[in-house]
Design a binder for this molecule. Structure first.
Ligand code: KIV
Ligand code: ZN
Length: 387
């Protein structure tokens, strides 16, 4: 079996997108839920970017125990030092350092020669090793980089101690066949590649981030960068829920590949992100959209009733979407309320917390005909998680 490492960058690349910024407290809340979801690595931010980002990485490093906590850092000693400092509270830390390797980025953004970039990359990885053995290196804009140069950089950073080499499609330019071939070529042309995990970070400018990530996995990538609901710079990153469910549902295709994601936590995680950022997912969004498991057409309903698999390739319950159709209102009792909380993924609330929420629920139900899941989630958030 081949475990696919899920590197979540909701709190870094995702948060960089307009309208998705989170406070330190919100990031910690989200990080705890990502830990429940079972992600292997949480990129909590870019410690050198701002005081707030430093604090967020630092607080997440204090709170999260089961996932590795990571900070982004440019290939600069000052950035790497900040990342190391912010991550100090945890043993399970990763520094993710990057520099661009494409001709256009080197010439116009960095104003550096390829030789200087190579030197900086190696130096950054060596310096990051002073803070942790777990160093990831990204060759920014790898997809548009000259191949022989990319291989040379990857070989050198692995020699310098990088344990993961990440291949970003920074501008979302690749197509699946090409991405798959790139990974296969890296495996065949970088002599020491067996000493590192190959990772991919795909942007969604052409709507291909998930497809490109999956093509990379099929060709040997061992880690995928992804975000909840696919948020991220411009058109976003590969949606975590889509990558994970594709691997799970199409076991026949991916054969020995598996993830450690607790898929029943997917819906709750998606909803929490919406609540924290005030954003929505489109109704037809795969896996977590309102219509993802809704069947309207008569023919479909008929088929479903006869045999579910006629029109469903996965169960709503598998991703934690509540299946019960009980409508909650002012006549609903505590038992129905508690069941709904559990269906929404809140299974470990104490009796006192449930009691507090139930009082608030009754107050709300008196004012509204029907209490929707969104209302209940708002109550939970206001009562239990807002300080
Ligand atoms: O898109 C990108 O290239 C990035 C890197 C920092 C990994 O976000
Ligand atoms: Zn990115």
């Amino acid at each position: 079996m081949r475990k696919l490492i899920i590197f979540d960058t909701t709190l870094r690349d995702g948060e960089q997108a307009p309208g998705f910024s989170m406070t330190v407290e919100e990031k910690v809340r989200m990080a705890k839920q990502l830990e429940n979801l079972g992600v292997d690595v949480i990129e909590a931010g870019f410690a050198a970017a701002s005081k707030g980002d430093f604090e967020a990485v630092n607080e997440v490093a204090k709170e999260v125990k089961d996932s590795i906590v990571c900070s982004l850092a440019r290939a600069l000693h000052s950035d790497i030092e900040k990342a190391g400092e912010a991550l100090a509270p945890t043993e399970r830390k990763r520094i993710h350092t990057f520099i661009a390797t494409s001709p256009i980025h080197m010439e116009y953004k960095l104003r550096m020669t390829p030789e200087q970039v190579l030197e900086k990359a190696v130096d950054a990885v060596k310096f990051a090793r002073n803070f942790t053995d777990d160093v990831e290196f990204s060759a920014e804009d790898a997809v548009r980089s000259e191949r022989e140069f990319l291989y040379k950089v990857l070989e050198a950073v692995i020699d310098a101690g990088a344990k993961t080499v990440n291949i970003p499609d920074t501008v979302g330019y690749s197509i699946p066949e090409e991405m798959g071939q790139l990974i296969a070529d890296i495996i065949n042309n970088v002599p020491n590649i067996d000493k590192a995990v190959i990772s991919v970070h795909c942007h969604n400018d052409l709507g291909l981030a998930v497809a490109n990530s999956l093509a990379a996995v099929k060709n040997g990538a061992g880690q995928v960068h992804a975000t909840i609901n696919g948020i991220g710079e411009r058109a976003g990153n590969a949606a975590l829920e889509e990558v994970v469910m594709a691997i799970k549902v199409r076991k026949d295709y991916f054969k020995d590949v598996y993830t450690d994601i607790n898929t029943k936590e997917i819906y709750k995680t998606s909803r929490l992100l919406c609540r924290l950022t005030g954003s929505f997912v489109q109704p037809n969004k795969a896996i977590v959209g309102d219509n993802a498991f809704a069947h309207e057409a008569g023919i479909h309903q008929h088929g479903l009733l006869a045999k579910r698999e006629t029109y469903e390739i996965m169960k709503a319950e598998d991703v934690g979407v509540p299946s019960s159709k009980i409508v909650l209102g002012k006549h609903s009792g505590k038992h129905a309320f508690k069941t709904r909380l559990e269906e929404l993924g809140y299974k470990n609330l104490t009796d006192t917390e449930i009691e507090r929420l139930f009082v608030k629920f009754k107050e709300l139900a008196d004012k509204k005909k029907e209490v929707f899941d969104e209302d209940i989630e708002a109550l939970i958030f206001d009562e239990l998680f807002k300080s």
